[in-house]
Design a protein around this ligand. Structure first.
Ligand SMILES: Nc1ncnc2c1ncn2[C@@H]1O[C@H](COP(=O)(O)OP(=O)(O)OP(=O)(O)O)[C@@H](O)[C@H]1O
Ligand SMILES: [Mg+2]
Length: 328
């Protein structure tokens, strides 16, 4: 499909975790995002979301697979193209407290990208552009001379967004851009990101660890477990008809506004922790926590397959558990 801005195919990334021991943080992950759209990427802590984001924007080298950004193969580019990509793809980082240099003014933090890509003519134009960017994210020009510690978490995240926008990117990885913030501030930042997307035609990979906030911003959602995608669907479909037991568990964990229901309902569908396997894995990555796991699940890894049109899941027992018609 020519409309795709980003296509990720069988992406792999491992980390050295000891002498000769490799940990496969990303295991053949594939997805694509159309221009102007948002893919939500959801999964518990440690499942590999940040690693995907960083590998997609070339902060990490991939060990296998491909990231195609329009006509560019992101991990096989010339130096000139690599420089171009630092302008076209940006990342907003997980922690608004540590991702901004405490010794730089907010103006200079935002101006850095402008300097690197020579995006202005003269001092005055530089300052004007910084003011404009501050206003775009709901801050004001007086903020340019201040330092990160003088801002609240929500304001810092706005600075992070302004910094990303400075180079006029087409694609932004928002890595838990809102997780560290209060719920009311989270909604404000989501709305800001959505307004900016409309205005500027941006494409997002929006990373979050639960399903509560991503619904509003995402066109499609991919659910990740231990380095693998286990389900992928259009957003409403994922919420109304989740197929994978893990997604169903994550949805159970989303709080509802009704306190009595909250108290009564059986909340712990998901038990145990994400195991961080070292070395070779066998079978389904979710099998150790899945209450439906059968012998086959312990032995053979299920592929991510299309269960219904544009709805993918990786589970041997999907049809059985969801009563859907059997399809190959
Ligand atoms: N630089 C690294 N060296 C070694 N292991 C790493 C490195 N970065 C990540 N990992 C490991 O890879 C796995 C995935 O980490 P990652 O940060 O991508 O997870 P995440 O889904 O973003 O988690 P969180 O929700 O906590 O941010 C984890 O087990 C982590 O310990
Ligand atoms: Mg992370």
């Amino acid at each position: 499909m020519s409309n795709e801005l980003l296509v990720v195919r069988d992406l792999e990334k491992s980390f050295q975790v000891g002498r000769g021991v490799e940990f496969k943080a990303i295991d053949k992950v594939s997805f694509s995002i159309a221009r102007g759209k948002t893919l939500g990427l959801v999964g518990e802590s440690g499942c590999g979301k940040t690693t995907i984001g960083r590998t997609v924007v070339r902060l990490y080298q991939a060990d296998g697979g491909q990231v195609l950004f329009q006509d560019m193969d992101v991990h096989r580019v010339t130096r000139k193209q690599a420089h171009e990509l630092t302008k076209r793809m940006q990342m907003i980082f997980q922690d608004p407290y540590s991702s901004l240099n405490p010794r730089m003014t907010v103006g200079d933090i935002i101006g850095e990208g402008l300097d690197i890509h020579k995006l202005y003519n003269g001092r005055k134009a530089r300052n004007e552009r910084i003011y404009e960017l501050l206003e775009m994210v709901g801050l004001n020009r007086e903020h340019a001379g201040r330092f990160p510690h003088e801002f609240s978490g929500g304001q810092r995240q706005r600075v992070g967004i302004a910094r990303a926008l400075a180079v006029e990117p087409e694609f932004i990885v928002c890595d838990e851009a809102i997780s560290a913030l209060d719920v009311s501030i989270q909604a404000q930042i989501i709305n800001l990101l959505m307004d900016l997307q409309d205005e500027l035609g941006l494409t997002y990979l929006f990373i979050a660890h639960d399903l509560s906030m991503v619904r509003h911003i995402s066109d499609d959602i991919a659910v990740m477990y231990l380095g693998n995608l286990v389900e992928k669907a259009e957003t409403d479909t994922l919420y109304t008809k989740p197929l994978h037991p893990y997604t169903q568990g994550l949805l159970e964990a989303v709080p509802t506004p009704d306190p009595i229901y909250e108290k009564q309902r059986e909340k712990i569908l998901l038990t145990g922790d994400v195991k961080s396997f070292k070395g070779e894995r066998k079978g389904c990555v979710f099998a150790s926590r899945c209450k439906y796991a059968a012998d086959l699940c312990q032995e053979v890894k299920p592929e991510l397959r299309e269960i219904e049109p544009a709805h993918f899941a990786a589970c041997h027992r999907i049809e059985e558990l969801n009563g859907a018609s059997r399809r190959r």
